[in-house]
Write a protein that binds this ligand. Structure first.
Ligand code: ADP
Length: 271
């Protein structure tokens, strides 16, 4: 099976496993008077799969949107693979980063959203090859070869020549996953990727993601309400409430024996 990030397990490229890929350092985000993230510290090691859980409004999506630079923090710093995301060091001081710097660091990150946002006027293969050719400068041939591999990985070889409107929601979301991986990100962010799908289409998308989680070394940061999926793929789970981490641990511990009353309460509503 092809590897999305070209980092098959046990290869030389997995030696960086365990090093810190993402770091939030005292990150605060406010919308008006409301503090959505409050001096948040956490990190994700290379190759790990971390799931964010917690009630609606607790700040999970804001974290992913900060990483995609769709939002900027009010305070604190975010580092991706050792590079500041919103800042640059100049004369020993941290200053706001220029657009070019932000674009370069953001290339390390891929995201799949609730709504698949495919290009409606492009067939499946072109949806997957468009950004590698135009953003990464990959040759059309290479992008197409890799695009076909990724489309096979998500089980859509038969649909290569179709337009998004000819596909089910689940198939469209699998194209969106292939499209994100085509940019060879170091980390894949998944924001409730099955919540816009009809129930019968959810399992197919989660199976593809389980496969990717189990057969590749790509780092994942996942927001999901699918607790059994979270349990299957996560190395660790962070429980959020009101913009803070109230508890974190292995999925076994978090789902079977949580320590915090708030975690128990939340899980009783979703398990
Ligand atoms: P979660 O993903 O845990 O449901 P979010 O990160 O989406 O939480 O939202 C956290 C809080 O921030 C919520 O109260 C939400 O209403 C608020 N919020 C998110 N985005 C915006 C925005 N662009 N403007 C104002 N408030 C926002």
């Amino acid at each position: 099976m092809p590897s999305p990030a070209d980092t098959p397990r046990n290869s030389a490229s997995s030696r960086a496993n365990g090093s810190e890929l993402i770091r939030f350092d005292k990150v605060t985000k406010r919308f008006g008077d409301v503090t959505v993230l409050d001096q948040l510290d956490f990190s994700v090691a290379t190759g790990k799969h971390v799931t964010l859980i917690g009630p609606s409004g607790s700040g999970k999506t804001t974290i992913l949107r900060l990483l995609m630079t769709l939002l900027t923090p009010d305070e604190g710093t975010i580092t991706v693979d050792g590079d500041y995301l919103n800042h640059q060091e100049r004369d020993g001081k941290l200053v706001k980063a220029g657009d070019k710097h932000v674009r370069e660091v953001r290339k390390k990150i891929g995201m799949v959203f609730q709504q698949f946002n495919l290009f409606p006027n492009m067939k499946v293969l072109r949806n997957v090859t468009e950004a590698p050719v135009h953003v990464l400068g990959m040759s059309k041939d290479e992008a197409e070869q890799r695009g076909r591999e990724l489309i096979e990985l998500v089980g859509l070889t038969e649909q290569l020549d179709k337009y998004p409107s000819q596909l089910s929601g689940g198939q469209q979301q699998r194209v969106a996953i292939a499209r994100a991986l085509a940019m060879r990100p170091q980390v894949l962010l998944l924001d409730e990727v099955t919540s816009a799908l009809d129930p019968e289409l959810v399992a197919g998308v989660l199976d593809v993601l389980r496969d990717i989680a189990h057969t590749t070394d790509i780092t994942m940061l996942v927001v999901t309400h699918e607790m059994s999926f979270a349990r299957d793929i996560s190395d660790s789970v962070l429980m959020f409430d009101q913009g803070k981490i109230v508890e974190s641990g292995s999925p076994d511990k978090m789902f079977s024996d949580p320590e915090h009353e708030r975690t128990r309460e939340f899980l009783s509503t979703v398990l």
